[in-house]
Design a protein around this ligand. Structure first.
Ligand code: DLL
Length: 444
């Protein structure tokens, strides 16, 4: 049977949520009343918050204006780990409709919960994000975020359904099958991590399929850092519009912020549900002004099962004024996470910086890994960038490209490194969140 779809509405004629169009003043008034409610609610219902507030000598009644939030203590991933599994929940278990958890590769998993209302709010915000990125009711959406305890799959799924899309819940992996279904089901939009979309495009080329020839028109990408250069790469190879979606489990999941397709200038944080701050990562007592780079911190404004107060995300970025949704501030691209930062002989370095530089060199592909080693008997760490050449470029053709990459890294990042150009297809491909850093230094 052929599924006859009516033509989805054009990208411009979307009906927005009222909260997307309100003034900044109205939004801040809403934030204040929701914030006052949330801190009191968290204090009354979660022993950890009561303890932390009491220790810091603050009380929910001290929150009289938005700036007062700075007096309240931070919450960290460590707090969630210590309260494992359900110590952060503010409602009895029978009111928790769903649980998600982080993979917990380092230490205990962090567990998060949602009431029915939380799930409805989450779906609404993902729907809002997808709509901002060009997805419309009636479109077919191929969802390649992983399903399971990870918030990506089910979070994106519920949002696409709430928007009125036809969802194809393929999850991550089984790339050959993904390609068959894209060919056969002809989706309009794809939801995936940027590096997994790259894997799909790459596998299509191997099969002799031109990735620009598919039905796909929109991609909504997130769950890992990516650059403007990667956007350009994916948009040109796949003939799509690619937008960012940001989020984290502890704060909700995907859809904390989403990017508008008409401006493509960073994700708008949905400030009717989250109050963002940027702090100095090294001196957290300093709350930074808009435009200043630091660590992103979130306070939830409407969550019931797991209210979160001043959560330190470790994500490094800055707040920018709203554009397509003027009242909602944007976040700059995430440069990296403070715990993903490589410190090489005193120089700070993030994989996204390498991505940015490498993708400007036409002979080099977006497939790269960073290897950190400390050769025997040496005290200095070594960085090796392993990067695949483009299929179209010969082995002889890449020698100068390697040199250029090495020089550009030295100029723009300040680190000396070795560049090792490897054969196309020889580096591990992404299935979701890609691991870029391989730390092979001897453990202290
Ligand atoms: O990755 C939620 C998500 C799923 C977002 C699907 C977007 C799409 P976690 O597994 O808890 O949740 O990981 C959260 O991933 O703190 C960032 O470091 C990173 N991250 C998420 N979105 C972006 C993005 C999901 N758009 C952590 N750009 C966050 C850069 C991102 N980093």
């Amino acid at each position: 049977m052929t599924l006859h779809a009516t033509e989805p509405a054009a990208a411009t004629d979307a009906v927005l949520d009222r909260e997307e169009t309100i003034s900044r003043d109205e939004l801040e008034a809403l934030q204040l009343s929701r914030l006052q409610h949330t801190v009191a609610y968290a204090y009354d219902r979660v022993p950890l918050y009561k303890r932390k507030f009491d220790e810091a000598g603050v009380h929910p009644t001290d929150l009289r204006e938005l700036a007062d939030l700075g007096k309240f203590p931070f919450t960290t991933k460590e707090d969630l780990r210590l309260e494992y599994p359900f110590g952060m929940f503010a409602v009895p278990q029978h009111e928790v409709a769903r649980i998600h958890a982080s993979s917990g590769t380092t230490g205990r998993a962090t567990v998060v919960g949602y009431t029915k209302k939380d799930l409805a709010d989450w779906a609404k915000l993902v729907a809002r994000s997808l709509r901002a990125s060009g997805v419309r009711p009636g479109m077919k959406v191929h969802n390649a975020y992983g399903y399971g305890l990870f918030t990506g799959g089910m979070g994106a799924h519920a949002g696409a359904e709430a928007l009125g899309c036809t969802v194809i819940p393929i999850s991550g992996g089984q790339t050959e099958r993904q390609i068959t279904l894209i060919q056969d089901f002809k989706p309009d939009a794809i939801l995936a991590t940027p590096t997994y979309l790259l894997t799909i495009a790459d596998a299509m080329m191997k099969q002799g399929i031109d990735p620009a020839s598919t039905s796909l028109k929109y991609a909504v990408l997130g769950a890992e850092p990516w650059t403007e250069e990667m956007r350009h790469e994916l948009e040109t190879t796949m003939n799509i519009k690619a937008c960012d979606i940001y989020g984290l489990s502890e704060v909700m999941g995907p859809g904390v912020a989403g990017e508008a397709v008409e401006t493509q200038d960073g994700s708008h944080i949905w400030e009717d549900h989250f109050r963002p701050e940027v702090i100095d990562a090294f001196d957290p007592t300093k709350v930074l002004g808009d435009g200043e780079h630091g660590e992103l911190v979130f306070t939830s404004l409407t969550k019931e099962a797991l209210p979160i107060i001043r959560y330190r995300t470790k994500d490094l970025t800055r707040l920018l004024p709203g554009t397509a949704r003027p009242a909602h501030r944007r976040m700059g691209r995430i440069t990296g996470r403070s715990d993903d930062m490589i410190i090489l002989r005193g120089v700070n370095l993030f994989p996204s910086q390498i991505e940015e530089i490498a993708l400007r060199i036409p002979e080099l592909s977006p497939h790269f890994q960073l290897e950190l080693t400390r050769p025997e008997g040496q005290r200095m760490d070594q960085l090796t960038v392993k990067i695949e050449r483009r299929e179209s470029v010969s082995v002889e053709g890449v020698a100068s490209a390697a040199k250029v990459l090495q020089q550009q890294i030295k100029i723009h990042v300040g680190s000396s490194c070795t560049v090792n150009v490897v054969e196309p297809g020889s580096l591990e491909r992404s299935n979701g969140k890609l691991r870029r850093i391989y730390d092979l230094r001897p453990k202290a």
